[in-house]
Design a protein around this ligand. Structure first.
Ligand code: UN1
Length: 496
């Protein structure tokens, strides 16, 4: 029997106002229905936002170290339940169990890290130009935050958003992806168990149009944090700009790995495989373009192809499988359509390209690891985000050309270079136009204690994750306080 999932509003577990539900299933076997999920609308959003608004003053005034203690308890519960949550993540989203456990680990890391920020939420004191006057900056919460999360990191990305928002004293309405509602529900249960007061975190399930859109437009929402597609992010950006809301979006990527002639071949092959086919290519940091220098091209391609052919595909709960399914039928069709587009554009389909239906995979949405060669940098398969196990291989004659190709896209999330020449890697470090640059490592695997995000169309607003310069800037505003204890009128900037 599928589990009946509820919304969580003002500390109560409730159905959607209209009583409607939808099903969420396992992408490795669509016959397995994991939950009946509330199909919420603007009524539910109103209730959740009102609860968050009402809870805000008391939560804002709770000392930050105390707010941090709740997160510390969240982290402890996550640690205890890592295996169970990892298995659920695997069943709901499809990534293989080792990666699903990694997803939960990233959530744990963020919860501990933000718990500590409760005792570090520093501002500055700075000298005033006048006597008997002092000046300081303090961080204050934004207010009610709408947090809209994707399905590809069903525990890590929600905690990336929830932990710092709550730590900074905001209250939250959380609308998770309709593809990963059960993981989201477990997380909210954990915040409840950790002692978070009612109304501070509210959960509303549903779809973008019926639940996400009214949430973002709600006049009582002060800030919006969104991770997902560019198309949706850009619509939300317009709404937030016209309503003067704080806004952060983290969207697409088309991340390159440059492999130079002097690269450590084995290391580069392993990194390219991990970046291209890890999480079935469904990471915004996935390496979807490999830019290979002429001299290493043939040996690289041979070894990369041999190893890609051996990737075992199937249900991620089975530890022998290395690559799981595509999240949904819609996404599966989109990936297959890009494989057709690549062929029509004149690229060579070098490996894979088909749906995979062997054995247990017959009821899931699996696609073979797919490699295109003879890809021109301006082809659609080399420019647009596919979000599947499809990689484009492009040739370059030297570092300058490789960097030019790497940068010649609308996105700028992550970029990597493999080379043993310190000068070449230093030039790449300087010139790659991306938010994350990796030297002799793949494009995936950013750590939570540093800001995460990209340049150009990859995002907007302050960076996610990290502390100062990252999540703390997103979830607080600066308040500047001048205190004059001279007892007389002192005029700044005015000559005596
Ligand atoms: C994402 O795909 O949206 O750097 C996030 C990484 C992970 C996070 C990916 N730590 O690949």
């Amino acid at each position: 029997m599928p589990e009946t999932i509820k919304n969580y509003i003002n500390g109560e577990w409730v159905d959607a106002s209209q009583g409607k539900t939808f099903e969420c299933c396992n992408p490795a076997d669509h016959r397995e229905v994991l939950g009946l999920i509330p199909d919420s609308d603007s009524d539910d959003i109103d209730k959740a936002v009102s609860a968050a608004r009402a809870a805000f003053p008391a939560w804002r005034d709770t000392p930050a170290p105390k707010r941090g203690e709740v997160l510390y308890r969240v982290a402890e519960i996550l640690v205890k339940r890592k295996k169970e949550l990892g298995e659920l993540c695997c069943r709901e989203m499809g990534k293989v169990i080792a990666e699903s456990l990694g997803d939960v680990q990233e959530a744990i890391d963020m919860a501990y890290y933000m718990a500590g920020e409760g005792r570090r939420l520093q501002g500055e004191t700075i000298p005033s130009e006048l006597p008997c006057k002092d000046a300081k900056s303090v961080r204050v919460p934004v207010g009610v935050f709408a947090q809209i999360t994707p399905w590809n990191f069903p525990t890590a990305i929600p905690i990336w958003k929830l932990a710092p928002a709550i730590l900074c004293g905001n209250t939250v309405v959380f609308k998770p992806s309709e593809e990963s509602p059960v993981c989201a529900t477990r997380l909210v249960e954990i915040f409840e168990e950790a002692g978070l007061p009612p109304g501070v975190l509210n959960l509303v399930h549903g779809f973008g149009e019926s639940a996400g859109d009214p949430l973002v437009r709600h006049p009582e929402v002060d800030g919006v944090s969104f991770t997902g597609s560019n198309a949706v992010g850009e619509q939300l950006a317009v709404i937030c700009a016209t309503q003067h809301k704080e806004f952060m979006m983290e969207t697409g990527g088309k991340n390159p790995i440059i492999i130079m002639d002097d690269a450590n071949l084995e290391l580069a092959v392993e990194g390219a495989l991990w970046g291209a086919f890890g999480t079935t290519g469904q990471r915004c940091t996935a390496a979807s373009r490999l830019i290979i220098q002429d001299g290493i091209y043939d040996v690289f391609l041979k070894s990369f192809t041999e190893k890609a052919t051996k990737i075992t595909i199937g249900n991620g709960l089975n530890t022998k499988n290395q690559m799981g399914p595509i999240i949904s039928t819609e996404q599966y069709e989109k990936v297959l359509s890009y494989i057709e587009i690549g062929q029509k554009e004149g690229a060579t389909l070098h490996l894979g390209g088909n749906a995979y239906k062997e054995g247990d995979c017959a009821h899931g949405t699996f696609i073979e690891p797919t490699i295109f060669t003879n890809v021109k940098p301006d082809m659609r398969i080399a420019q647009e985000e596919i979000f599947g196990p499809v990689v484009s291989i492009i040739r370059a004659s030297d570092l300058g050309m490789a960097i030019e190709i790497a940068n010649d896209i609308q996105f700028g999330l992550s970029a990597a270079i493999y080379s043993q020449d310190v000068n070449q890697t230093a030039i790449a470090e300087r010139d790659l136009d991306a938010g994350l640059v990796y030297i002799n490592a793949s494009t995936i695997g950013a750590e939570i204690q540093l800001p995460f995000g990209g340049t150009k169309h990859t995002g907007a607003g302050p960076r996610e994750a990290g502390g100062r310069g990252g999540a703390l800037d997103l979830y607080t505003k600066w308040k500047i306080i001048y205190r004059d204890f001279s007892g007389r009128l002192q005029k700044a900037q005015i000559d005596d």
